[in-house]
Design a protein around this ligand. Structure first.
Ligand code: PGA
Length: 220
């Protein structure tokens, strides 16, 4: 199975979301899983319509239960419209909200308890500690996304050799069998280069353009 996950981040308004859905006309092949992490304000709207792609969330509360937690979205809020996946630990969460590996794994735990697969993002400097914190979980209950910070939103393409060496190291650090995606300036024109290294891709900017994201799905 290959995973092609888009991440809209805090982009688009309702009209633009509707336009995306109208332009999106891709039948997902059986061997590929395609999902788009949308701003939570659009999640239920998209999850309850036939739109041809799977909406997922970009983050989840560290609080596992509903209650007096203004502004939070808990796994219990999602009961009945659970997404199959949710991102956690994106580098922008780490950078802008000071999220640590502990916080991110606590969020991942809430998701796993609700049978939602976390897609846990990391860069190399967080890898060793993250791997230790994940030791108690079966690798098939989560996905990882290796996202080098300086490749995110910059158009920077790591050389094939460097990436190969990094993936080799990453696969040694995490439990055997862990599925690992790659993210950072993935585009239609370069997605093929990640095919043999990774189990799929996490796509930011290029997932906002339906035609380009469709090409990525085809080539990933
Ligand atoms: P990018 O973002 O594809 O725009 O570089 C990737 C990400 O932040 O997940």
């Amino acid at each position: 199975m290959r995973y092609i996950i888009g991440n809209w981040k805090a982009n688009l308004n309702l009209e633009e979301v509707d336009n995306f859905c109208q332009e999106w006309n891709v039948a997902t092949p059986n061997e590929k899983t395609v999902a788009l992490a949308v701003p939570c304000v659009f999640y239920a709207y998209l999850a309850t319509r036939k739109i041809g792609f799977t909406p997922i969330l970009q983050d989840i509360s560290i609080f596992g239960e509903n209650g007096a937690r203004t502004g939070e979205i808990t796994v219990e809020n999602l009961r009945g419209i659970e997404p199959p996946f949710t991102l956690v630990g994106h580098s922008e969460r780490r950078r802008d909200f000071g999220e640590t590996n502990e916080v991110i794994v606590a969020k991942a735990k809430n998701l796993m308890r609700a049978k939602i697969t976390p897609i846990i993002c990391f860069d190399l400097e967080q890898m060793e500690e993250l791997a230790k914190l994940l030791q108690e979980f079966a690798p098939k209950t989560y996905l990882l996304a290796y996202e080098p910070v300086d490749a995110i939103g910059t158009g920077k393409n790591l050389s094939g050799e460097l990436l190969q060496a990094q993936f080799k190291l990453i696969r040694q650090v995490f439990a055997p069998g862990t599925k690992i995606l790659y993210g950072g300036s993935v585009k239609a024109e370069n997605v093929a280069q990640y095919h043999d290294l990774s189990d799929g891709v996490l796509v930011g900017g290029a997932s906002l353009k339906p035609q380009e994201f469709a090409q990525i799905v085809e080539r990933a």
